[in-house]
Design a protein around this ligand. Structure first.
Ligand code: NAI
Length: 448
């Protein structure tokens, strides 16, 4: 059945959910406190890079199912379901900052004059659903009007968010009243997804536990990779070998320079903080976080190993977004690596297929901005691969060798096989595999 929905918060999650909910037949108003964002969207521009989203937004706006507004109060008043999809960034203590959720809840409360269902999409600490209920009630002109708060955490992956929504693997609905749970589950009914009905607290925990578990797989394989290097094993073979055991599974076993992005770092910290608050020592999770922090600097160590003192060197960095197919740079490994390179005295030229505008906000004038893969690496003493965009995994290695001042690649994403690099006489340092280092003799041969 078609529902009227207000999506409060039109970021990565809100915009994708709002658009996709409209696409499956609902009447959606996406609203945001950021007026520039809403203005852009009203003009037909999409503020984020997400494959397939722009066309879907245009289609649903034209069909009259989707609109954008900065008048959040009116959207609240006109809708049956109010989704909260605002940010919950990491605060200084490691806890999730839920001030945006509280602000949204209080605004809802001020405009709640008839019964409605509030759906929490944002990733929020356990117990937040109950707090949201209180914040709304305290702000309501008439606190006797009944309403429901339902937890419906989001699992989309940036870069494939539209497809993830349309082929939703599962839907988690945490509610106190079964009628409210059913109302929310029915919104996703056209997707034919499996719905798990839980308590609000369990739904909140499912989101954190899922991200913490995936982060654990990544830190685990990275630790194994570091050991592989010491014993001459190849982590790619090891990951394939263990991943083909169905009890383990092959996903999230790619060794690299650690997880980043807007979710895993903050959600692992938030869960660890919640454990501390409850007096439970979640040592395993703390170690996952620690391993990830260490791994971020692995590439820098390998570069120093290859070049020695970085002062005065020219380094190309390919990939700035935290993963391919997104322009999101929140907690991206590049944010740790690049300032460290600059601090070590290197001249850094960076390139990313879509995150260049975003990158300028982070790096300002501290780096040079390349215009393409080959222009970026031209004349550099080494090339570092930080994000595995297709452009970087399919480079013409003959050209790469000719353009680099020194044929050295330090690859944080294991985009190539060491054998291919050896064939192209490129010194290659990757993660969890033996480096292919050119001897002085064959280096002279390469540059001659
Ligand atoms: P975002 O930062 O891209 O978007 C949040 C939006 O909320 C911003 O546009 C901001 O202006 C707006 N906002 C903040 N306070 C507001 C208020 N009081 N009223 C109206 N708008 C307000 O954040 P993103 O990435 O969309 O994440 C949202 C939530 O979803 C977070 O809790 C996050 O952990 C969770 N999540 C994010 C995923 C992702 O891949 N980005 C995946 C799964 C969950």
């Amino acid at each position: 059945m078609m529902r009227t929905i207000a999506m409060i918060g039109t970021g990565y999650v809100g915009l994708v959910n709002g658009t996709c909910l409209a696409h499956i037949g609902h009447q959606v108003q996406c609203c945001d406190a950021n007026l520039d964002k809403i203005e852009l969207l009203q003009q037909g521009s999409i503020p984020i890079y997400e494959p397939g989203l722009e066309a879907l937004v245009a289609e649903n706006v034209t069909a009259g199912r989707l609109s954008f507004t900065s008048d959040i109060a009116s959207a609240i008043e006109q809708s049956e379901l109010l989704f909260i999809a605002v940010g919950t960034p990491m605060s200084e203590t490691g806890a999730a900052d839920i001030s945006y959720v509280r602000a949204a809840a209080e605004l809802i409360g001020r405009h709640l004059t008839v019964s409605k269902t509030i759906v929490i999409k944002s990733t929020v600490p356990l117990g937040t659903g109950r707090n949201v209920e209180n914040w709304i009630r305290m702000a309501m002109p008439d606190p006797h009007i009944p309403f429901d708060v339902v937890s419906n955490p989001e699992f989309l992956r940036e870069g494939s968010a539209v497809a993830d929504f349309m082929k939703m693997e599962r839907c988690i609905v945490g509610a106190i009243r079964p009628e409210a749970a059913k109302l929310v589950a029915d919104c996703f009914e056209p997707l034919g997804t499996r719905t798990h009905f839980t308590s609000p607290e369990s739904a909140e925990m499912i989101k954190y536990a899922a991200n913490a578990f995936l982060a654990t797989k990544i830190s685990f394989i990275n630790a194994v990779a570091n050991l592989c290097e010491r014993y001459g094993a190849d982590v790619e073979d090891v990951a394939r070998g263990i991943g083909s055991d169905s009890r383990i599974g092959s996903a999230f076993l790619r060794a690299g320079i650690g997880y980043g992005g807007s979710c895993f770092p903050k959600d692992t910290h938030a869960l660890s903080w919640m454990a501390d608050q409850a007096g439970y020592e979640f040592g395993l999770l703390k170690e996952v976080i620690h391993t990830n922090e260490e791994q971020k600097y692995m590439l820098l160590r390998k570069l120093v190993q290859a070049l020695g003192d970085l002062h005065g060197t020219k380094i190309a960095v390919l990939g700035l977004a935290f993963k391919p197919n997104t322009d999101d740079m929140r907690d991206a490994p590049s944010l740790a690596l690049i300032p460290a390179l600059v601090a070590a005295g290197a001249h850094v030229r960076v390139y990313d297929p879509v995150a260049m505008t975003e990158a300028r906000k982070w790096f300002g004038n501290s780096v040079e901005y390349g215009t393409g893969v080959y222009q970026t690496i031209s004349g550099c003493d080494a090339c570092m691969i930080v994000t595995e965009w297709n452009e970087f995994t399919s480079m013409d290695l003959n050209q790469v060798r000719q353009l680099l001042a020194k044929p050295i690649i330090v690859d944080g994403r294991n985009c190539y096989s060491p054998a291919i690099m050896q064939e192209h006489q490129i010194e290659y340092h990757s993660i969890g595999r033996t480096a292919t280092v050119n001897t002085e003799a064959n280096y002279n041969y390469i540059v001659s």
